[in-house]
Design a binder for this molecule. Structure first.
Ligand SMILES: NC(=O)c1ccc[n+]([C@@H]2O[C@H](COP(=O)([O-])OP(=O)(O)OC[C@H]3O[C@@H](n4cnc5c(N)ncnc54)[C@H](OP(=O)(O)O)[C@@H]3O)[C@@H](O)[C@H]2O)c1
Length: 263
């Protein structure tokens, strides 16, 4: 199926690894020009060169740390300058570290909200006016199934991401008349470095082996396996597509059935 986005200009966050990288690869395969961002510049440069060689698109690496309050404005400006405008924005970065939900602190909340809510809101706010003016835009946020079913050891993530979803839902109605859609995709448990890191942390904390930790998670996934990043990226690419023009303000879990409860 032709997604109809050849030549569209996309800014993809968290593109040096995991889900963000898989999304960047998918959008490049669809013919999008790309600005890819994360903190590790060398990984981004390698990926940009690979995308240019493999798909013949423009691809530029824009390193940024979204924990830094100054980063969103600078990243938006650099992306617009590099590609001449941004039509597709994929909001994505890392998640906060695991913690005991009864022992949070103000510094932890400030850091979590900066990374998971304030920075993506500021990045999107800087790029939405251009999309609205041109009458076409796509914003897709990579969240977590934890918004639907809180994960005990990731309370900063549960709360910070929920704040972002409240903003996205509100804004989706405001920008819809201008041809701009705003949606979210919530991963369940996909085989990425982040999930590997979380499984290892749980194993260390609980004294179980990595295999035991994984088996525990698999027991809660009706599909019986972790997802692959490209399975997730396919849905994000769909949300960025021309035929998805009428889909906005939606938030969908791609989780092999983890979330228990009606949607
Ligand atoms: N994989 C899953 O099944 C799953 C499930 C639930 C939620 N999630 C969430 O989905 C997002 C992507 O996860 P993933 O599994 O793809 O993780 P990942 O492989 O660890 O990738 C995270 C990406 O975010 C970037 N990043 C981290 N901190 C950043 C910061 N301060 N500023 C800018 N970029 C930053 C990382 O690159 P650098 O290190 O180069 O900055 C990397 O490119 C995360 O928010 C994660 O919590 C994933």
């Amino acid at each position: 199926m032709d997604l109809g986005i050849r030549g569209r200009r996309a800014l993809v966050g968290g593109a040096s690894s995991g889900l963000g990288r898989a999304v960047a690869e998918r959008l490049a395969a669809e013919g999008c020009d790309l600005a890819i961002s994360a903190r590790r510049a060398a990984l981004l440069e390698d990926l940009a060169a690979e995308l240019v060689a493999r798909h013949g698109v423009r691809a530029i690496a824009l390193p940024a740390d979204l924990a830094d309050p100054a980063a969103p404005a600078a990243l938006a400006a650099a992306a617009v300058e590099a590609l001449g405008g941004i039509d597709i924005l994929v909001l994505n970065a890392g998640g906060p570290p695991p913690s005991d939900p009864t022992r949070t602190d103000a510094a932890g909340w400030a850091a979590a909200f900066q990374l998971l809510a304030t920075s993506p809101i500021e990045l999107a706010s800087a790029l939405l006016p251009g999309m609205r003016k041109r009458g076409w835009g796509r914003v897709v946020s990579i969240g977590s199934y934890a918004i639907r079913q809180p994960i005990e050891e990731l309370v900063y993530s549960n709360a910070g991401r929920s704040a972002l979803v409240a903003w996205l839902k509100t804004v989706s109605r405001v920008v819809a008349p201008d041809g701009v859609t705003v949606n979210g995709a919530f991963p369940g448990r996909h085989a990425t470095p982040r999930i590997e890191q979380l499984d290892r942390a749980t194993a260390e904390r609980t004294g179980r082996t990595l295999e035991e930790v994984r088996a525990g998670h698999l027991a809660s996934i009706p599909a019986g396996r972790y997802g692959q990043p490209d399975e997730f990226a396919g849905y994000v690419a769909w949300l960025c597509s021309e035929p998805a023009a009428y889909q906005t303000g939606t938030f969908t879990s791609i989780d092999g059935g983890i979330v228990i409860g009606l949607p």
